[in-house]
Design a protein around this ligand. Structure first.
Ligand code: APR
Length: 248
């Protein structure tokens, strides 16, 4: 699947606002396991068991060990053609926003600058006492659990199950979903809220929605175009097609 697509009926132009919503599938080709795919277990734990405030309260060392394991995996991977294609949109489209559920930092490492990280970032930690956010902890961590310069314990700067998303991130993402002309939804199972409802917000507000996924999802019946395939194979051609229509 090349990703080249006929978008001529979408009415896109140089003033179009383009958004992209990504999930774990965009990083799957880098060798980072998705959440709901096969191989989602660490030791005997599922992500849903460890990515919880109660799990951290009960055993901060265990939860940090899991996050440090994941930091190690992600730090050793490189962005793939899907990440780079999204960066081309960021560089070339005047009105653009990437909304990502991914915490692996690969979009940032690929150079995408206009992005909202709905679920936080594995490479940031936040102090439970003073609230300071740090992004320069070594990989792997020399001390688990890590501590802030103030002496307080750090937690991963990640949104856990049962926690509210950062207000600013959710506001920016929702506004962009309502205001955009096109949303490309790539590599997400579209089951975790509120991200899952963003394409529907976009659709209700009149945007076109394109889904890129090797499998159908609950969103598939509502999209204008489902491009069946891997993000790394589909996104470069799709981005070419979008840029052809939106370049001044
Ligand atoms: N290209 C595109 N999509 C892919 C690829 C690929 N190469 N490989 C797998 N996929 C698709 C799968 O078909 C699936 O629909 O990516 C999706 C991955 O779904 P999930 O594992 O559920 O990941 P995601 O949607 O990002 O999960 C949302 O759940 O646990 C939380 O916080 C975590 O951010 C995560 C959220």
């Amino acid at each position: 699947m090349s990703g080249a697509a006929d978008l001529s009926s979408f009415g896109l132009g140089s003033d179009s606002f383009i958004t992209v919503l990504t999930g774990a599938g965009v990083s799957a080709e880098c060798g980072i396991p998705t959440f709901r795919g096969a191989g989602g277990l660490w030791r005997t734990y599922r992500a849903e068991e460890l990515a919880r405030p109660e799990a951290f309260r009960e055993d901060p060392r265990l939860v940090w060990e899991w996050y440090d394991y994941r930091r190690g995996i992600c730090a050793g991977k490189q962005p793939n053609p899907a990440h780079h294609a999204i960066t081309r949109l960021d560089e070339k489209v005047s009105d653009f926003l990437l909304i990502t559920q991914n915490v692996d930092n690969l979009h940032g490492r690929a150079g995408t600058r206009r992005l909202v990280e709905l679920h936080g970032n594995l490479f940031r930690a936040r102090c439970l006492d003073c609230g300071a956010v740090t992004s320069d902890l070594p990989v792997p961590l020399p001390e688990i659990p890590p501590h802030c310069t103030c002496g307080g314990m750090l937690r991963p700067d990640i949104v856990w199950f049962g926690e509210a998303l950062p207000e600013k991130a959710i506001r920016e993402a929702s506004e962009a979903s309502r205001d955009c002309d096109l949303m490309v939804v790539a590599g997400t199972s579209a089951v975790v809220q509120p991200a899952a409802s963003m394409p529907l917000l976009a659709k209700q507000a009149g945007a076109h929605v394109i889904e890129v996924n090797p499998d159908p999802t609950p969103l598939t019946p509502y999209v204008d175009l489902h491009l069946e395939g891997k993000a790394g194979e589909v996104m470069p051609g799709l981005v070419d097609s979008i840029l052809e229509l939106t370049s001044p």
